[in-house]
Design a binder for this molecule. Sequence first.
Ligand code: FES
Ligand SMILES: [Fe+2]
Length: 401
Amino acid sequence: MDDMSAAPATRPKLEGVAYGRPQQHPNDTLTRVGPGAPCGEYMRRFWQPVLASRNVTTRPREIRILGEDLLVFRDGSGRPGLLYPRCMHRGTTLLYGHVEPDGIRCCYHGWKFAVDGTCLDQPCEPNGGLNRDAARQPWYPVQEKYGLVWAYMGPPDRMPVLPDFDNMELEEGEEYFAGDNSMGAHGDPNGPEVVPYSWLHMNDNVMDPFHVQVLHSTFSVVHFVKEFEVMPTVDFEYITNGVIYKAYRKLDDGREVDRISTWMAPNIMSVPSVLLTHGRSNGLGFSVPVDDSHSRILMTMRMKPNVDFRRGAGLANMKPWSQMTFEEHQDAPGDYEAQAGQGPISLHSEEHLATSDRGVAMQRRMLEKDIKAVMEGADPTGVYFDEGHVIHVPSGNFYRG
Ligand code: FES
Ligand SMILES: [Fe+2]
């Protein structure tokens, strides 16, 4: 094997071949999200969006989030609930339960639970259950805001407030439009609701202004607008609770624009208009872990009704993602292809982060520092305990002059 002297002198030296390459692995600290895993415990310190409010109804549905299988529903009085799905009596799923004004009733023996897990009825027991006050179906606190249902799945004594974001206050005639079907990844209402890769893939993507010039603008088709064909000059900067980039472009027509995009711990993004229209960002996005190797991209925007936010974008003229053939996906890949292409969990040990990945490196550094802080008993950056806390979101497209 190492007898190189046997090779003829003219044979080219083979360098960098794939043979014998080291085995590679993901960064477990940033990608394992189940209960007890460092990132899982860190993520559980924040309110996480579960689904769009309009998709939480009196029809119970199963949902996996942070590696836990749960049941989400809305009781007959309009209160959303998130329960452990196995009935505490003898373990059948509450998926077949029926919703009543004050809770959900298990199909098997009729125990009824409120959205906070309290047991309201045990019809097979004498007097509806003399000890039923001692019974409690495991539950998580939920609340609704910005068109989304949010849950807190962390330790009760560390529950922060669900903050306000200063770009989300409704203006005259506006409403919230929330989505929970990962449209941020594939742009298709009929695309997969959950994407088959780690939450970190989309999270990295948001501090990566350079892929906008390549993947979305010059590699194949124009996904958004032609102005992104100009390679930007970019600065990255830490803010109190995250990282921003400022991408400056001098356009062909002489106009100059600064595009500021924001990532906030742990998995929140505010990407300004992809049509490069002037003004502050009117939305938020979230890369929520379903489990280690799946995620759900949720978003909410404030808009006037009947405005198609994609009108004018290249995307609006493309075939819907779910109707493209494999070859069409190869010819015109987008975020989904690039991110699913990284595998279910990327092999971080074989990455080669370069100058243009500074934002990604800054995010990951902040995440790792805060994951460590949580493991050591502290609170992470980006959780707040003062009621009504307002987070400033600097995102927007700002034309100079
Ligand atoms: S298993 Fe649910 S009431 Fe018996
Ligand atoms: Fe993208």
